[in-house]
Design a binder for this molecule. Structure first.
Ligand code: SF4
Length: 114
């Protein structure tokens, strides 16, 4: 959390001026009230309709919450997209890593790729 010179309270200085990640303004309400406001809960909750399949399947989702809002916003245009640095998502989305080489006995993976 950061308080900007104009009083806006933001999740992070890297997402200045992003309305959906602005929690409130200390000129209009006390910081303590902002901290416990429903908007903060909404921002910090993980909106399941906006996360990737990789994050939805991830065992770390409750702790990670899709990673860095700013990086995800800058890369994917969605602060709740998978953190672009996440090796776990790369692993989850990569059948060659996830399923023992990405092949099956009947060669279905190779046929699907053609
Ligand atoms: S960003 Fe990576 S570690 Fe975090 S929930 Fe998504 S897949 Fe899991």
């Amino acid at each position: 959390m950061i308080v900007l010179p104009n009083g806006d309270v933001s999740v992070c200085e890297k997402v200045l001026g992003v309305p959906e990640l602005t929690m409130g303004n200390v000129h209009s309400e006390p910081l303590a009230d902002i901290w416990i406001s429903p908007k903060v809960k909404n921002i910090l909750a993980t909106p399941l309709n906006r996360i990737s399949e990789a994050c939805a399947r991830c065992e770390n989702l409750a702790d990670c919450r899709t990673g860095c809002f700013a990086l995800s916003l800058s890369v994917a245009g969605n602060p709740y997209a998978t953190d672009p640095r996440c090796w776990q998502a790369s692993y989850a989305n990569n059948p060659y890593l996830r399923e023992g080489g990405g092949t099956t006995d009947d060669g279905a993976d190779e046929d699907a790729a053609r």
